[in-house]
Design a protein around this ligand. Structure first.
Ligand SMILES: Cc1cc2nc3c(=O)[nH]c(=O)nc-3n(C[C@H](O)[C@H](O)[C@H](O)COP(=O)(O)OP(=O)(O)OC[C@H]3O[C@@H](n4cnc5c(N)ncnc54)[C@H](O)[C@@H]3O)c2cc1C
Length: 543
């Protein structure tokens, strides 16, 4: 398969106005917006292949991509001290569309207060009122436009195309447990229980490769290279000039006349900066890397959402376990998707859910519940042979901070990932209290008709100590690493408010790694917003 996507042949030293490293949630947005007016030439480099894998396009297929190494970096953390020394599996997309091609498709922006907090931390231009226009610009909202939503943007945002009584029962049960129903988690406020919306178009996944890159791919000024792993950035003094990348065994160089935009995600962006000589001096020296800039903040402040899953045996044969484990029902579900793009194959990481506070003194919710009508021992593995459903507890604003460090000067060696989940008392308390509230919902009358017995943690796990121990034994990621190239004004901040790498010319980082801190929701829509806003800033600066 050719790894080029335009007529222009690559040469050993090609020159473009912009070189983007990484065709993920952010990179595909940049590629579209920067090439739109035809004035600038753009090269988009992607380490993974084209997005031809069939399970990318079927929403439920996300479970099949968890451990699909042809499209997934499949990282692991180092042993996590507060998770009994367990390593936590970290899937990341390695394909056109990046993680938006393998993610759980939920469209959640976070809380207005998240962005106002970013602004309060000194990031002018990143308050909620500033970023809302970019969420709207990106969006094509199925329900139509309103104060909070846009239509006509590239990114389809849709309601699920599968009516699931169990997921509805969850919302009713939450109301019975005192959590009001909220028809729109991305509207006036996030708090409450309701249905998620998804980045799908008529029952198919809408990754950024689908929604942003595909419409732009035929432009003569946009050039895309797949299976192209950026090795390092090349500098003249402190100005970024070129990207060296490896493709089909050959080392190539792409020069940037205007700027290099690193959009390789929260793990690979700081890795690439460190490999290129921008990072903590001691670390770089220990790997024999020439120091371009001693930037101790590169790779710091890694944050992620932890989730702890509560699995319930269902008394009715209405779960996805029953569909997947029954040959005829499985075939029928496949046919329903193929013919109508409807049915169980159109759902992904959560159907309904809830946002609530574990402490009334909090200003906004600190817990998110993802409800899904199937169950499994571990995400990405076989569904249980019995009827079951899952509701997971996720703490929205963890205090724990980790780090990302290269382990080698060789770009093909995976970096060292330390997240330090559950490192603070606040974080541990949030999970204990979150599980207590979730159990109240699961015991409410509307779910009584479905809930047979709690499989995990199980009826014997009651005390705070035992619940916490369960979290330590089973907690896993919700796949939202951020903040390793954090935006800010302090000495450890990596990029400024225009996402320019501080102390370096001609280089920006544009992806989830620039978030000043982890926002209270799922990270795909915010990353797309960041890239929309960055595109405007880059084009403004080019004038
Ligand atoms: C399994 C999973 C489920 C998720 N579920 C949801 C969800 O339901 N809702 C939600 O909002 N968010 C979800 N997320 C998170 C969300 O998808 C990510 O936060 C978002 O996609 C991050 O975008 P990004 O642009 O920062 O990085 P990515 O989208 O990961 O893009 C980085 C790209 O850079 C490429 N790259 C890296 N290094 C190099 C290099 N050296 N050279 C060339 N290319 C390189 C990668 O291959 C990748 O394509 C999920 C993520 C995963 C993995």
């Amino acid at each position: 398969m050719s790894s080029q996507h335009s007529a222009r042949p690559p040469s050993d030293a090609s020159e473009f106005d912009y070189v983007i490293v990484g065709a993920g949630s952010a990179g595909c947005v940049l590629a579209n917006r920067l090439s739109a007016d035809g004035k600038h030439s753009v090269l988009l480099l992607e380490a993974g292949p084209k997005d031809t894998h069939i399970w990318i396009h079927i929403p439920l297929g996300y479970g099949r991509l968890f451990k699909e190494k042809s499209v997934n970096w499949m990282y692991q953390t180092e042993p996590e001290p507060e998770l009994n020394g367990r390593q936590v599996f970290q899937p990341r997309g390695k394909v056109l569309g990046g993680s938006s091609s393998i993610n759980g498709l939920l469209y959640v922006r976070g809380q207005h207060e998240d962005y106002d907090r970013w602004r309060q931390r000194g990031n002018a231009g990143w308050g909620f009122d500033d970023v809302l226009p970019y969420f709207k610009k990106a969006e094509h909202q199925q329900r139509g436009p309103d104060q909070y939503h846009g239509t006509g943007g590239p990114l389809p945002v849709s309601d699920w195309r599968h009516a699931d009584p169990l997921s509805e029962a969850f919302v009713v049960a939450a109301a019975e447990a005192g959590i009001p129903t909220n028809p729109d988690f991305n509207g006036a406020k996030q708090e409450g229980a309701g249905f998620f919306q998804a980045t799908t178009r008529r029952g198919r996944r809408a990754s950024t490769a689908f929604s942003y890159l595909r419409p732009a791919i035929k432009r003569g000024n946009l050039h895309v290279e797949t299976s192209a792993l950026a090795q390092r950035l090349v500098f003249e003094g402190r100005r970024a000039k070129a990207v060296e990348y490896k493709q089909n065994g050959s080392l190539r160089t792409a020069r940037a006349r205007k700027e290099i935009l690193v959009s390789s995600g929260a793990y690979n962006s700081p890795q690439l900066l460190q490999l290129s000589g921008i990072g903590p001096a001691e670390l770089l020296k220990s790997h024999g890397i020439n120091i371009v800039l001693d930037a101790p903040g590169v790779g710091n402040d890694l944050q992620d959402h932890l989730q702890v899953r509560v699995v319930t045996r269902c008394s009715q044969r209405c779960t996805l376990n029953d569909v997947v484990n029954h040959p005829l029902r499985r075939v029928m579900a496949g046919m329903q998707w193929a013919a109508l793009r409807r049915g169980p194959l159109t759902i992904a990481a959560g159907t309904s859910g809830a946002f609530f506070k574990t402490d009334p003194r909090l200003a906004t919710p600190d817990i998110q519940i993802h409800f899904i009508p199937f169950s499994t021992d571990k995400m990405g593995e076989k569904l249980h042979p019995f009827s079951g459903f899952t509701a997971s507890v996720c703490q929205l604003r963890p205090e724990s901070r980790g780090s990302l460090r290269i382990k080698s000067a060789d770009p093909s060696v995976a970096p060292e990932i330390r997240i330090n989940y559950l490192a603070t008392e606040t974080d541990r308390r949030a999970f204990i209290d979150g599980i207590r509230v979730l159990r109240k919902i699961l015991a409410a009358p509307a779910l009584k008709a479905y809930a047979d017995e709690e499989v995990y943690p199980g009826a014997k796990v009651v005390s705070d100590e035992d619940v916490l121990e369960f979290c330590r034994q089973t907690g896993s990621t919700v796949y939202h690493p951020t903040s390793t190239c954090r935006m800010g004004n302090d000495p450890l901040a990596v990029v400024d408010q225009r996402l320019k790498v501080r102390g370096i010319e001609g280089l920006r980082v544009v992806d989830a790694s620039i978030m000043p801190d982890l926002m209270s929701g799922n990270t795909n829509a915010p990353t797309i917003m960041i890239a929309e806003k960055a595109s405007d800033m880059i084009l403004e600066d080019a004038r």
